[in-house]
Every structure is written in C-alpha cells, then in structure tokens.
Ligand binder design. Structure first.
Ligand SMILES: Nc1ncnc2c1ncn2[C@@H]1O[C@H](COP(=O)(O)OP(=O)(O)O)[C@@H](O)[C@H]1O
Ligand SMILES: O=C(O)C(=O)C[C@H](O)[C@H](O)COP(=O)(O)O
Length: 332
C-alpha cells in the first residue's frame, strides 16, 4: 500500500445535539474534523500508510485531536506541537428545508501561524507516493499560503503525485483571492477536485446546475487554464436531508460519469472529503479515472450515513455498493 501525506487544520467540532439550533442548545457534541484529516482517516481505513501534517498546541485538547486521529490509524509522526490555539468549528445540523450552518472560530490557530521551518518537507516527501491538500489551508492567512507552497514544491521535488480539493470557503477568503492563489498552485497539481465555482464564473449564478453545465465548466477550465484531470461531485438537492449525488471527471479528452446514489442524510459534513479519499484510493489501486470516480462517489454516499466528519467505512463495504449491493439485510 502507498505512503500518502495530507496537510491541513484539524479542528474541534462542536455540534448541537440532534437538529437543535445554536440559540437553543445547552450542550455540544465534541469530536474533531477537518478536510484533510478526514481524507487521511479514509485512506488509513483503506490500508494505506496515511500521514497527517499539521501543528497543534501542547495542551490536552491538542493531544485529544491527535488521539482521535491515532484511533483510526492515521500516523502522527509529522504533527508538530506548539502554538496557542486549536481551531474550532460549530455545527448546527439542518433538516428538511433548513440547511446546516457552520460558524468558524479558527483565527490564529497553531497551523495558521506555523512556520515553514516547523516542518522538514524533504524528509516527509522523499519516500511518499501521494500528497493531498485543500484550498482551506491557504485560505487561513498569508503564512499558510507560504506553508502550502513549500509543501507543494517539496512534493514535486520528490516526484510525488498531488491532488487538491479546492473546497472554496467564502467566509475565509474572497473568490478573487482564492482564484489568484489556487491558479498559481495548479502548476503542482495532478488531480483537481471541485473548484468550478472558482475557475469558471459564467454559470454559477444558477441555483440548480445540470450535468451539462458541469461538463461545460470542466471543459472551460481545461481550455482556459490548461488544467487536466478535473473532477467534481454533482449534487441534485431535494431537501437538506435528502438528495442525489454523483461524480464527473474530465481528462482533457473524455468525460467520465459515475453512477448516481439517492441518499437520506444523517451527516453530510465530510462527504466531499470522503469522495476525495475514495477517489485517491481508486487512482492508487485501479489507475483509471472511471473506476476511481465510482469508488469515490460510493465512499461519499456511504459517508452521508455516518455521524461525524470521518468516513468510517471499509473498502469492502464500498466495493459492495459499487457492485450494486445496496440491500438492507442485516449483515450477520
Ligand atoms: N454555484 C456553483 N457553481 C459552480 N460550481 C459549483 C457551485 N456550487 C457547487 N459547485 C461545485 O459543485 C461541487 C459540489 O459542491 P458541494 O456540494 O458544495 O461540495 P461537496 O461535494 O464538497 O460537499 C463542488 O465541486 C463545487 O465546486
Ligand atoms: O470547513 C472546514 O474548514 C473544514 O475542514 C470542516 C469540515 O471538516 C470540512 O469542511 C468538510 O468538508 P466537506 O467534505 O466538503 O463536507
């Protein structure tokens, strides 16, 4: 199995119980989550040597985040300790026509303030096969842009394959700032997930996008910027708790489209990351875009049934879904 490296910010996730609103709750459920950490957990579940790069304070909440990752098999050798804060995100789960809400409290977190010299990227990447990052890290601050760029340059010095999930977060930076930085980073990227709203700005005022809209966007991004291997998840939303998902890929020549899954949502947060983790595993083991998309979207579909950020499902369970077994018989 491969050595995969992800880098980003793991946060304390404080969720209102059930579907309670922020203003009425008297307690929060405590777990940890963050885009790249979620991908690391998924890849550890599929049997890879999955390393997570980050910085966390010395205090017990920082330790607890590390313990959480360790519990699911993620390697923490490259997590540096120091700084003052761990990022927090508050989550209110939506229901029916009421969408979920996230409030961030993450300014000046340890990883946002981390220095390039905190990490020895050459030793991290010298025997690595894959590096995955997301647009959330460079969105944190200018220092985090420099950190991400240093990691990308080191990964490419060591011929490591690189994937990005653009994961545009409008509360962290403007679309112009995001576009400027992410376009610059694309020279290091082999596979790009998402980002249609960033790189292609004619269609994005529409409420519901069709598959043809997405095809036009992926081709437009390819033609304008020369990026290849673009993939995106497709969502057809019925309500905040019920919708259909699929995935689309474009390699600069052909389009690839996965099967669709209609799902009832238990917890949607982390489903894009579950797709990314499954997609990377698919590329590492099957080496073809269609099969990687199928594995990725089945992983993303299953994530919607699992509370928390992490996709705690096995390769075998995902393969069963890919092969068409969605029977509800109890597995005994
Ligand atoms: N209005 C829009 N215009 C263009 N692309 C969009 C728009 N909204 C979402 N997307 C793209 O569609 C995909 C699915 O979006 P979303 O459901 O928000 O993300 P995720 O799959 O990460 O949960 C993402 O790749 C995103 O870039
Ligand atoms: O927003 C952030 O900064 C986070 O990292 C919190 C969440 O863990 C991811 O955002 C989940 O992302 P999706 O898989 O697209 O649902």
């Amino acid at each position: 199995m491969a050595k995969v490296v992800t880098m980003g910010e793991i946060m304390l996730r404080l969720k209102t119980p059930g579907h309670s609103r922020f203003v009425q709750t008297g307690s929060f459920e405590v777990i940890f989550g963050g885009s790249e950490a979620n991908v690391a957990v998924a890849l550890a579940h599929y049997g890879h040597q999955s390393y997570y790069v980050s910085k966390l304070p010395h205090h017990e909440i920082g330790q607890s985040a590390i313990n959480h990752l360790r519990q699911y098999g993620v390697k923490h050798d490259y997590i540096v300790r120091g700084g003052n804060r761990i990022g927090i995100y508050f989550l209110e789960a939506g229901a029916s026509m009421r969408p979920s809400k996230v409030i961030y409290d993450r300014a000046q977190s340890a990883i946002a303030e981390a220095d390039v010299n905190d990490f020895d990227f050459d030793s991290i990447f010298k025997d690595a096969d894959w590096f995955h990052f997301s647009g959330i890290t460079p969105a944190l601050c200018e220092k985090a842009v420099l950190l991400t760029e240093a990691a990308l340059k080191a990964a490419k010095r060591h011929n490591v394959m690189v994937s990005v999930d653009i994961n545009y977060r409008k509360s962290l930076w403007t679309i112009d700032e995001a576009r400027e930085t992410m376009i610059r980073f694309m020279q290091y990227v082999d596979y790009c997930i998402g980002g249609t709203e960033l790189f292609f700005n004619t269609i994005h005022r529409k409420e519901e996008l069709t598959v043809d809209d997405y095809k036009q966007m992926l081709k437009g991004i390819h033609d304008q910027f020369g990026f290849t291997n673009l993939v995106t998840t497709l969502r057809e939303t019925q309500t905040a708790s019920n919708h259909t998902i699929g995935a689309l890929g474009y390699d600069g020549i052909d389009f690839y489209q996965s099967k669709d899954y209609t799902i009832q949502i238990v917890d949607r947060v982390g489903s894009g990351d579950a797709f990314a983790g499954g997609f990377i595993h698919g590329l590492l083991t099957k080496n073809n875009l269609q099969d990687a998309l199928e594995f990725g979207i089945a992983a993303g579909a299953l994530k919607h049934t699992v509370p928390g950020d992490f996709n705690l499902v096995s390769e075998e369970e995902i393969n069963r879904l890919v092969e068409g077994d969605s029977s509800l018989r109890i597995q005994r």
